[in-house]
Design a protein around this ligand. Structure first.
Ligand code: GRG
Length: 296
């Protein structure tokens, strides 16, 4: 099966699962539920769930075990986009080709929807009965997502993002910010799948950790490149928003050519890290290449 067909089938799977787990908008509080569903459903590439399913597939983990972890990481991602778009943060009007959550609803509802989504992700991970049996593995899955979302991950990266605005950071600071803000959740997607195996092998965990870190950083560098080269319609969000806000990005600090070189280098590094998995990791290697050649 081609990578495109796999991605399409994972997208369908996670879409149905998310739809079944999000609170219905005909139950109270209806407006909050509607905002949560609006933020999660009907858009997005679903890269993090796809990475999680592909990693699981490479390790022979049944897909049913991966549904709750895949949904949890996508729900955390959706919450981060809702909060990132708020007037107090990036103040964006367009996300996934339609008005941002606070524009479609209102600011207070968007803040609350983000908060409730964050909690829902952890509720799913603590309650799902199809996940890996061993409670130690389940705790590791919860820990991966929690630490990737907190100050050692996404929230920490966002704090650096706010701090660097109007400053002139060096490339090390910028890479650290990207690794935390975006890379940590992508890495967690890979590691949550690895912890879903019956007996996770420390060597495989280490290799997948190196893979996840490299593609996580590459993903954000490509995002920075697309902010310059992409168009609003294909991206589904405002192209050029970073430059308009005078936000330091990989290309603005290191130049476009160096940004492209670094993304390609990280893609190679990611692919090399998978050597111990042999043939079973071919789709994951294709995914690494997709991440640096994507146009949205
Ligand atoms: C308030 C505690 C607290 C935390 C907020 C807002 C926030 C933390 C973090 C923001 C992190 C963020 C939005 C990073 C950008 C990541 C990124 C590249 C998003 C776009 O991801 P895609 O391309 O989007 O996968 P789709 O729409 O395809 O899902």
């Amino acid at each position: 099966m081609s990578l495109e067909s796999r991605l399409k089938s994972f997208r369908g799977r996670i879409e149905d699962y998310l739809d079944s787990k999000l609170p219905r908008e005909d139950t109270a509080p209806e407006r909050l539920h509607a905002a949560m569903r609006y933020a999660v459903l009907g858009g997005g590439k679903r890269v993090r769930p796809a990475l999680l399913y592909l990693t699981g597939e490479a390790l022979g983990v049944p897909a049913e075990r991966l549904d709750a972890p895949a949904a949890a990481v996508e729900i955390i991602h959706a919450y981060s986009l809702v909060h990132d778009d708020l007037p107090a943060m990036d103040d964006d009007d367009l996300r996934r080709g339609r008005p941002t959550c606070h524009r479609a609803f209102d600011e207070a509802t968007a803040i609350l929807a983000g908060d409730a989504l964050q909690i829902l992700a952890f509720e799913l991970l603590s309650a799902d009965t199809a996940m890996v049996d061993d409670p130690h593995n389940r705790m590791a899955i919860i820990r991966e997502l929690a630490s990737a979302s907190g100050t050692a991950g996404m929230a920490g990266g966002q704090a650096i993002d706010l701090w660097v605005q109007g400053r002139d950071p060096d490339i090390t600071t910028l890479e650290n910010m990207h690794a935390l803000k975006t890379g940590a959740l992508i890495n967690a997607s890979v590691l949550m799948a690895a912890w879903s195996a019956d007996t996770p092998d420390p060597t495989v965990l280490d290799a997948l950790g190196r893979f996840g870190k490299a593609i996580g950083l590459a993903f954000q560098i490509q995002d920075d490149i697309l902010d310059i080269e992409g168009d609003t319609e294909t991206l589904g969000k405002t192209a050029g928003a970073d430059s308009a806000r005078d936000k330091p990005t990989y290309p603005s600090v290191a130049g476009l050519e160096q940004a492209r070189r670094r993304a390609a280098e990280l893609c190679d590094e990611a692919i090399r890290a998978l050597s111990i998995l042999g043939e079973s990791a071919v789709p994951l290697r294709q995914m690494a290449a997709y991440i640096v050649r994507r146009d949205s």
